[in-house]
Design a protein around this ligand. Sequence first.
Ligand code: NA7
Length: 530
Amino acid sequence: MDSKRIFDAIVVGAGFGGLYTLHKLRSLGLEVRVFEAGDGVGGTWFWNRYPGARCDIESMEYSYQFDEALQQEWTWSEKYATQPEILRYINHVADRFDLRRDIQLETRVTSAHFDDEQKKWQVTTEDGASYIARHVVMATGCLSSANLPEIEGRESFGGATYHTGLWPKDGVDFQGKRVAVIGTGSSGIQSIPLIAQEADHLTVFQRTPNFSVPAHNRPLTETEVSERKSVYKEFRKAMRDTAFHANFRYNEANALDTPPELREQEYEARWAAGGLPFMASFADLMFDAQANATAARFVHGKIDDIVEDPNIADKLKPNGVVGCKRLCVDTNYYATFNRPNVSLVSIDEQPIDRIEPAGIVAGGELHAVDIIVFATGFDAMTGAMSRIDIRGTEGKSLSEAWSEGPKTYLGLCVSGFPNLFMITGPGSPSVLTNMLPSIEHHVEWIADCVRWMKQSGKHTVNATLAAQNAWVEHVNEIGDLSLYPRCNSWYLGANVPGKPRVFMPYLGFPAYAEKCEAVAKGGYEGFEAA
Ligand code: NA7
């Protein structure tokens, strides 16, 4: 790359968010540089190469819609796209819009400091170079900061260890190996069936069982692709008016108002169709514990049907609320526990004591293994930003500002950090939705804001503390109406020891988009512009 040091905007991250931000800000005539830690574009889909990695939103929805020609020319092969196919798509987008010339790879941003006098940001990278920009956009991803548990003796292990979110490009050969997987979230649930097929023996260490529904993945037919493409624009628009920005076929009826036989029929139909639309079976599932219990009982019944050993079936049955931790979507997950080469260790009964050179000791028993896979998730939503030393006006640090949990205005900005924008930050619907339209919504809002600043001769926008406090209160109020705060999920930061327990996403498209639009139309209400 050239040695240019001054830009209009710096974007951190070259995943879906960063690429579209670059494209959009360029179209306003801005000079932009994107810094990306990886040696390729793709973000989440660059790093998560574990076996079975696949999106759980349907591929024809989990793709950009900002360019009609792009969505017409790209053809997805399966209902749910694999990681390699998504990565090919992202690379196609980078080439198609000539984005690479402004993306500096293998460059990790270590700090971003606001200069009160110059009203600009100074961004420093790991190699010590520093850059100046008026705007900074953190497109750092919601699930990009790997969570590696501090288990005693981890470093002493004699075999190989991998984290699903930092998977080697050349893959891992499990043939003839004794393998341990720690963690049974989406990454564990997707990878366990495939690792089990290859490994000599697989031991799954489960701390909390998770609810999972079958994907029923399959190739897309030419007819369904062309039918969708013929109405793509209208379809996308309709999805933007839904709560999750996705075609979940929302049922407006409440589970508790529905007679039990019809309720079972609805669950059966959704189970047979597969995927996350299971959560839209009834309108009250995430708001009424009794309603949710009907769904939980249904899934427990399915686990009993699939898993042959009743003791193992019981261990696999989650307590509590379906969807409180993100619902998983699997291919043969529960059935994998019928295999003779798979065993399940419930950490409740046999806590992990330590890791030794030969394997994992749990409940005093050594499980000798050659490979340990950590499917232990991420420091979600705030992790990537907190690993960067971000300082706003008067040197105020973001980590301090967020010491009690993230506080934002609209999940887009933080008071005291002028011209710093986040893509799908905490306080926005982000991870509760189809990420792609949510990313596009944020990028477009930010670009409109920057255009407005240019047109009105403003150098900075800064969210007021009052607007931010009101927003945080509203996000909490809405979150508390739901069942989401009732479990130890990564939505609450509960998976990372010491992280403040706050429900981070905002529950509520399309009202959220209306609020963002009203703020902009009202001359950026809740912001001080100078
Ligand atoms: P998740 O969903 O956070 O799952 C991580 C799993 O690892 C989960 O089962 C955790 O148990 C377990 N875990 C975490 N720390 C430990 C320790 N210290 N010991 C044992 N087990 C542990 O991450 P994923 O990568 O699977 O999925 C993230 C998102 O990506 C997913 O929701 C989709 O949106 C796509 P816990 O439940 O915390 O008890």
